[in-house]
Design a protein around this ligand. Structure first.
Ligand code: HEM
Length: 370
């Protein structure tokens, strides 16, 4: 009986340490939180930037919903209508596309810096694990949003993405080999990418993911508020800044600058200008798969390895990376910040090289092999 009570007590203490709800009092949350000042202090703004671009996505996304039509016959035309007929439609659409890329960019460097600063350490495990879920949701936002304009490249790229899921079956034993196929059918909703797929992607993109992300961001931010910022560097932190009002004021000023930059980018540089014509023509089921088809830049880190290496190598590497990411607080418990910084730098170099030079490396490898 005693052991049973001990166990319950241990669980209660573990939860209390990680989610100290007794500190949930608005006055205390505002006055007690400090932000450590050191050479990595700039990294405390990165989660805020990710949050800012998410808020932009919600507002511009809602505006797009007034005109967007989620049917295979009308989706492309409705996007054209938004771009060419609706007052400021092109601007809002551009802001939505630019902010999606920026949100993904910032979530990636936010992950790398919180890792390097050991911000996942006890009692911040919950902040980290909800962060990993937020990362996956952010990428799923990108994948589902890509299909919505229903253009030739988007539909074909989605088909390839869904085929990749089914390929996993070849590496699973027995009946499990069929699971990826079922998963693909569930996501796709019919024999090929069509109206059911568009309806599902639409529901996921505009209802399911936003609900999930809002709940998770809520828990993520609550844990940060209750625990305070991690100290981020080895040794004593000599200087602290009050979260309220000083850090908050600087954070909001940074958001103001980010908004101005986003507005100017969206006004002057249509996101699509980076892609060659005719990739953005409406989808034609009888048309051929366009040359040069590839996913958005933020999937290059997985896409080019998939093109160059055997599928099972990428699958194994990807799954291993996911497990390590999820269990980071326990795997890297005793690791020094110096080593963590080194691993984060390697991760950043990999992401940079694959994103910027992936295509060149791919052609080089293909040239040598062929
Ligand atoms: C939608 C995505 C996300 C949003 C909006 C977000 C937002 C934030 C914000 C506003 C903070 C407090 C300020 C800061 O330390 O930067 C924070 C802290 C934190 N985030 Fe995120 N985050 C996201 C994703 C992630 C991911 C992918 C990870 C890692 C897997 C992560 C891990 C952390 C950790 C460990 C902290 C605590 C930092 C500390 O105590 O110093 N977050 N996040």
């Amino acid at each position: 009986m005693k052991t049973n009570n001990d166990f319950v007590e241990k669980v209660r203490t573990a939860i209390d340490e990680r989610l100290p709800l007794e500190k949930m009092n608005l006055g205390a949350l505002m006055t007690h939180k400090d932000v450590p000042q050191h050479r990595m202090s700039w990294a405390y703004y990165l989660g805020g930037f990710t949050l800012f671009f998410f808020i932009v996505q919600v507002i511009t996304g809602l505006m797009l919903l007034f005109y967007y039509k989620p049917t295979t016959s009308e989706a492309h035309a409705s996007v054209e209508y938004i771009t060419h007929q609706v007052t400021a439609g092109a601007l809002i659409r551009n802001m939505h596309t630019w902010a999606s890329s920026l949100m993904i960019f910032f979530v990636m460097i936010h992950l790398l810096t919180t890792f390097a600063m050991k911000a996942f350490e006890k009692p911040r495990e919950l902040t980290w694990v909800t962060g990993v879920a937020l990362l996956l949701i952010t990428f799923t936002f990108g994948f589902t949003g890509y299909l919505l304009p229903w253009n030739q490249i988007a539909v074909n790229a989605t088909k390839i993405g869904l085929q990749t899921i089914e390929q996993i079956g070849a590496y699973l034993p027995g009946d499990m080999a069929l699971w990826p196929k079922y998963l693909r059918e569930i996501i796709q909703g019919e024999s090929s990418v069509g109206q059911s797929t568009l309806s599902r992607f639409y529901a996921i993109h505009v209802v399911i993911l936003p609900m999930m992300i809002m709940g998770l961001v809520g828990v993520h931010l609550l844990t940060v508020q209750l625990q305070g910022m991690s100290k981020g560097v080895d040794g004593e932190v000599k200087k602290n800044e009050k979260f309220f009002p000083f850090f908050v004021l600087k954070d909001f000023s940074a958001w103001g600058i980010a908004f101005l930059a986003l507005f100017l980018f969206a006004l002057c540089l249509p996101f699509e200008s980076f892609f060659p014509y005719p990739l953005f023509e409406p989808y034609d089921a009888l048309g051929s798969t366009p040359e040069g088809i590839k996913p958005e830049w933020y999937f290059f880190f997985a896409y080019y390895p998939l093109e160059m290496l055997p599928f099972w190598v990428v699958l194994l590497g990807g799954n291993l990376a996911m497990v390590v990411l999820l269990f980071t607080p326990w795997i890297f418990k005793g690791t020094s910040r110096k080593t963590l910084g080194f691993i984060a730098a390697l991760g950043a170099i990999y992401l940079f090289v694959m994103t910027v030079f992936g295509e060149r490396i791919y052609h080089l490898v293909k040239g040598v092999a062929g």
